[in-house]
Write a protein that binds this ligand. Structure first.
Ligand code: ATP
Ligand code: MG
Length: 332
């Protein structure tokens, strides 16, 4: 393969206009986001951050549900925007949504989704659906467990497993899972999270895992990107970033989550839309208004990425440390 990357996201930017009339404001919901996933080296890459930080917009841009304002996405070295490659891309990159009850039509039997997907994929399939059986087995379900069932006859955990199984029929290389366990009963959450780990390890599937939940992120991810108002503010191995967070925003997120409790989410009451718009439109560092370590420069000048202790951190505090880095930071 041309360049050794499965996915390359380069300076991805999405501008939205919020509000109406005189109170209109323009925000960069995704602002010059860059990262890459390697080919033949499956990983779980987590996007974490408060509500309204741009996580889902990144996912939608990669999936082609939204058009980027600037920047680009390469999949296996080819521009995703290139429609010729689109069909292949749709098989190879599969979304997993937050609420499995919204993924499936309540009036349609769950099995019909499997049959349709397998028929479309293989161009055959009458009576026997080997890929359906195999993908159900991969997620720990059997056909008997979904046979003739409507979505309402299954639990949230079972149905989310079924939605992952359906996504696996086309043997994707990448799953993009946006809050895949937040609507699932807490007791079943870990089984789905564990499934992602197994899929990575045994089926070589890479996963972009979007979550509020740092505990599950810590448990399954290889790398994590912490998002704040459209920007990556810290990016590195999950162990480095969460064991010893450097950005004051990552520190805030961590301190409000009791680590061992996978159910825990940080409080979102501070993510009021007023604050959100103010931070999105603030010059300098987006976090300056809430940062306990703020300096004057933070209100004036946007921080650069600094490569510190094996991760990238977008914070003026580390400008000095940067001097010790010999090479330019690489976001991949
Ligand atoms: N279609 C849209 N039009 C205008 N603004 C949008 C649109 N989609 C998202 N936004 C805004 O972009 C910002 C980022 O939204 P996004 O949904 O990507 O955040 P998120 O990190 O996924 O949040 P959550 O954790 O609540 O799912 C928010 O301010 C949101 O209101
Ligand atoms: Mg979201």
């Amino acid at each position: 393969m041309k360049n050794g990357k499965l996915l390359e996201v380069n300076n991805l930017t999405k501008v939205f206009t919020k509000g109406q009339g005189f109170v209109k404001s323009t925000i960069e919901a995704v602002s010059r986001v860059s990262f890459a996933l390697e080919l033949n080296q499956p990983e779980i890459f987590t996007l974490a951050g408060e509500s309204g930080s741009g996580k889902s917009t990144v996912a939608k841009l990669i999936l082609g549900f939204e058009e980027p304002t600037a920047g680009g996405i390469l999949y296996r070295g080819r521009a995703v925007a290139n429609l010729k490659g689109r069909k292949e891309f749709m098989k190879d990159v599969q979304p997993i949504f937050q609420n499995p009850f919204e993924t499936f039509n309540p009036l349609k039997k769950v099995q019909s989704y499997f049959f349709e997907t397998e028929r479309n994929f293989t161009g055959s399939g009458h009576g026997s659906y080997p890929l359906t059986d195999k993908s159900l087995e991969l997620v720990g379900l059997s056909f008997a467990e979904i046979k003739d069932k409507y979505p309402s006859e299954m639990s949230g955990g079972q149905l989310q497993r079924a939605s992952i199984a359906r996504a696996l029929i086309t043997s994707p290389s990448l799953l993009i899972a946006d809050e895949p366990v937040s609507m699932i009963d807490a007791s079943l959450r870990m089984s789905v999270v564990n499934l992602f780990k197994t899929l990575k390890e045994e089926e070589q599937v890479s996963i972009i895992y979007i979550t509020h939940d740092l505990a599950t992120a810590y448990y399954i991810s290889d790398r994590i990107a912490i998002m704040l108002r459209g920007q990556f503010v810290e990016l590195g191995s999950v162990k480095k970033v969460l064991d010893n967070p450097l950005h004051p925003y990552t520190q805030l997120l961590e301190s409000s989550v009791p680590a061992p409790d996978p159910k825990a989410r940080w409080t979102e009451d501070i993510a009021l839309s007023d604050l959100e718009t103010r931070e999105y439109t603030r010059k300098g560092c987006k976090f300056a208004g809430r940062c306990p370590k703020v300096h004057e420069i933070c209100y004036e000048q946007e921080p650069e990425y600094h490569s510190v202790d094996e991760r990238l951190v977008k914070c003026h505090l580390y400008a000095q440390d940067q001097v010790r880095c010999s090479s330019r930071p690489q976001i991949s």
